[in-house]
Design a protein around this ligand. Structure first.
Ligand SMILES: Nc1ccn([C@@H]2O[C@H](COP(=O)(O)OP(=O)(O)O)[C@@H](O)[C@H]2O)c(=O)n1
Ligand SMILES: [Ca+2]
Length: 491
């Protein structure tokens, strides 16, 4: 008996009190670890949404963005989940049919209602930004452009979303927000990397925006952004009337200056022949008094080098009141760094298969493409609308001329231009940058990061708990009896 008692005293595991303590410690450690895991586990992802309508000169697109609700201020979290192209033309084309401007957006807005969870509708902001088509309409007739905006405003207010306004954005904003979009999507702000420039080609205007180490001589082209703790001195310019559709009008008007009613145009394919009229617009002032609309026979001759000469004539390269200019007396520092070229830059260059060619190769391909007979082109692309198909020779030549002679890109830095449509899921364009800015989603200063990532925190908690547990066991083995035992002895 005495031996048995001695055994029991030597082997503390047989004592119920010790077992009870061990179980409690083990439960304590498990609870600690479980609490750490549950407490720090990312919450069930709840998304917030934002809607931006890009009311361009040629058409309107509705973009839906989403981001994790609890990470609103972490840059890099917003992505495009849906895009809808409004059927028909841009809102500026409703100038003489105003009440339908708002209604034209119906299908896409209904889609937005379906895509966004109903309980998020009241807090989902909706922004409409109109670009060059509406800028031109405002110049032509400010009252009518106001009425078109009111029509879309009234319509958007009938939806259960948080309506935040419909306005014409400036060319400067359009350039700057496009630049913010591409650099946000590439993660350049978050990682404080060198930024990339942005080139946007629309139907009625075009924008160039980049960070320049050289002084920006003209105040109107200079913007300063403080994003995520860094300052960015940005050069930007928007050329109204130099979107590809208005540039074509400028080129036609230049060629029609001679007053003839027959136009033999090197920018259209041989065999192309159409009766056309050219209405005067803010971009194309009347060439002859009392001549608001000119009719002419448009015939193609298909010669890319001659087309380039025609295109050059719509730029003024001689007048420059600054140290250096792009064209039309506009200051521009030399282009530097990588550029993302999107919107019609991408659509046209992608159609012509020029997105990865050198400048020289692109010119050779354009020579071949423009000289291809119209009948052959129509046969090769039966599904492309003929109005658009006919214009690719002009548009391609215009893009090469704008980039080389206008912005002064060279054969050497041509490879620095990337023709892009999307970055990840999101379209390159001004809309995302616009929303990020209006919702204050890019902080000026870098937010404090937690010292440890979630996984690291949990791992340390587990290791630390095990370490305490083992220490406790060791201590017991080495130094003897727990307090429980002492109590038992007193009893
Ligand atoms: N799939 C597409 C979509 C648009 N586009 C062209 O891209 C341009 C978009 O311009 P936009 O409507 O945004 O006009 P802005 O208001 O930006 O000047 C138009 O010239 C369209 O014809 C294209 O070439 N291919
Ligand atoms: Ca546009």
């Amino acid at each position: 008996m005495a031996e048995q008692r001695e055994m029991k005293e030597k082997n503390p595991w047989h004592r119920p009190v010790i077992i009870c303590i061990t179980v409690f410690i083990a439960m304590g450690v498990i609870t600690l670890v479980a609490m750490a895991v549950v407490q720090n586990k990312p919450l069930h992802q709840k998304y917030k949404y934002g809607i931006v309508l890009d009311a361009g000169s040629s058409h309107t697109s509705v973009y839906i963005y989403e981001w994790p609700a609890e990470k609103e201020n972490n840059t890099g979290m917003v992505r495009q989940t849906h895009a809808c192209n409004v059927k028909g033309k841009g809102i500026s084309s409703y100038a003489w049919n105003i009440s339908y401007a708002g209604m034209s957006l119906r299908e896409c807005m209904e889609e937005a209602k379906e895509k966004i969870p109903v309980w998020r509708h009241p807090e989902t902001p909706v922004y409409l930004g109109a670009t060059a088509g509406m800028r031109l309409l405002r110049m032509f007739n400010a009252a009518v452009s106001d009425q078109v905006l009111s029509s879309v405003e009234r319509f958007l207010q009938t939806y259960p979303f948080l309506y935040q306004g419909a306005r014409i954005i400036s060319g400067q904003e359009e350039g700057a927000y496009g630049w913010i979009t591409v650099n946000y999507l590439n993660g350049n702000f978050r990682k404080a990397l060198t930024t990339m420039g942005a080139l946007d080609l629309g139907g009625a205007s075009t924008q160039i925006t980049f960070v320049s180490k050289q002084e920006v001589e003209s105040e109107e082209n200079s913007m300063l952004f403080r994003l995520y703790g860094n300052d960015y001195h940005v050069y930007t310019h928007s050329f109204l009337c130099y979107g590809k559709d208005q540039a074509l009008k400028l080129a036609l008007a230049k060629q029609l200056q001679t007053g003839e009613s027959q136009l033999r145009d090197p920018c259209f394919h041989p065999g192309y022949i159409e009766q056309k009229s050219l209405a005067s617009s803010p971009c194309v002032p009347e060439t002859r008094p009392h001549d608001s609309e000119r009719t002419f026979t448009h015939t193609g001759t298909g010669n890319a080098s001659l087309c380039q000469e025609v295109v050059k004539r719509i730029f003024n390269f001689t007048h420059c009141p600054w140290g250096r200019c792009s064209f039309n007396g506009v200051f521009q520092p030399p282009v530097e760094g990588q550029f993302g070229a999107f919107s019609a830059f991408y659509f046209v260059m992608n159609f012509l298969n020029l997105t990865s060619d050198s400048l020289e190769q692109s010119k050779l391909k354009m020579d071949h493409y423009c000289s291809t007979p119209w009948a052959e082109i129509k046969q090769r692309y039966p599904s492309v609308k003929q109005k658009y198909l006919a214009e690719y020779c002009f548009s391609g030549t215009y893009i090469l001329t704008l980039l080389e002679n206008g912005y002064n890109f060279t054969s050497e830095n041509w490879k620095d231009i990337q023709f892009i449509k999307k970055i990840g899921d999101s379209d390159a364009g001004w809309t995302l940058g616009y929303m990020l800015n209006l919702t204050n989603m890019i902080p000026a200063e870098a937010p404090d990061e937690p010292p440890l990532p979630h996984g690291g925190y949990v791992a340390i908690m587990v290791l630390f708990s095990l370490f305490i547990f083992i220490l406790f066991l060791l201590a017991y083995k080495l130094f003897g009896r727990p307090v429980c035992n002492a109590n038992k002895q007193i009893i």
